[in-house]
Design a protein around this ligand. Structure first.
Ligand code: ZN
Length: 259
């Protein structure tokens, strides 16, 4: 069984006009890729091609193997979004929150984020954070070490492991057991794949239970990310942790029969 814990509604094709079109394509591609369950991540923006939290929650309300993570931002309609997500979490319609520093101009030491940490702790759900790629100064791993230390009950997912400097990310954060690593988008740059594989092998040797499978589908290929996990020098038990069990446990996923 495979759970993809980081994907978005596909938005790169002109033929997918409605949210329902995007949902249909996503569900089809999950089947083609052999993925049994997934977490769709909604945007923090007020309107978005990948869907807002409200749109994604409503879109997948009848789909027992798809869960929703809600985007939130201290600089976009923060108070109203906090109330909305609090309500979705309360009703079990969402499994986590997501921040996008770097896509947006706020740093991970922004004191307004204390409210988000409090919200996640109140509902005992993880907080995922976009890191690395462009504008990586906003989400440097040094911030995560500090947050993890101050909020030991908060489970934090460092998405993309601050790519391309995965090694530094792991070095600065590995001592905090409440930090997890999502490998989404790491197979995107074929030129970097060997370096990425060697860095991931190093982490998987000690901490396979903290690596979460994600592809960033919508932008990236699911298959190339499954291939990346299968190419690691670890046994099948640990591959299964990464591809499935870690996410089920971290997000407390409860699958229902697909209607
Ligand atoms: Zn993503």
């Amino acid at each position: 069984m495979i759970v993809d814990a980081h994907l978005h509604l596909p938005c790169c094709e002109d033929t997918l006009l409605t949210l329902n079109d995007k949902k249909g394509r996503l569900l089809r591609d999950l089947v083609i890729s052999g993925v049994d369950g997934a977490i769709v991540i909604a945007d923090s923006e007020l309107s978005s091609a990948i869907g807002t939290p409200k749109e994604c929650v409503e879109l997948f309300s009848d789909t027992g193997n798809i869960f929703v993570m809600g985007g939130i931002s201290p600089i976009i309609d923060f108070e109203a979004r906090m109330v909305q997500i609090d309500s979705y979490l309360e009703r079990g319609l969402m499994v986590a929150c997501k921040l996008y520093p770097g896509h947006e101009s706020f740093y991970m030491d922004d004191s307004r984020l204390d409210e988000v940490y409090k919200l996640c702790k109140k509902h005992d759900v993880p907080l995922a954070v976009h890191t690395g790629w462009d504008n990586a100064q906003y989400n440097h791993p040094k911030y995560f070490a500090k947050i993890a230390e101050e909020h030991s009950a908060l489970r934090i997912i460092i998405c993309h492991l601050w790519w391309p400097d995965i090694d530094l990310c792991y070095r600065l954060t590995s001592e905090y057991p409440n930090i997890f690593y999502d490998i989404s988008s790491l197979a995107y740059e074929a030129n970097h794949l060997e370096k990425t594989r060697s860095s991931l092998n190093h982490i998987a040797e000690k901490d396979a239970h903290r690596i979460i499978f994600g592809s960033d589908y919508g932008m990236c290929s699911i298959k190339s990310h499954i291939d990346l996990v299968n190419s690691l020098d670890i046994d099948d038990f640990n591959k299964h942790l990464i591809l499935c069990d870690n996410a089920v446990k971290l997000f407390n996923l409860k699958f229902c029969a697909i209607e």
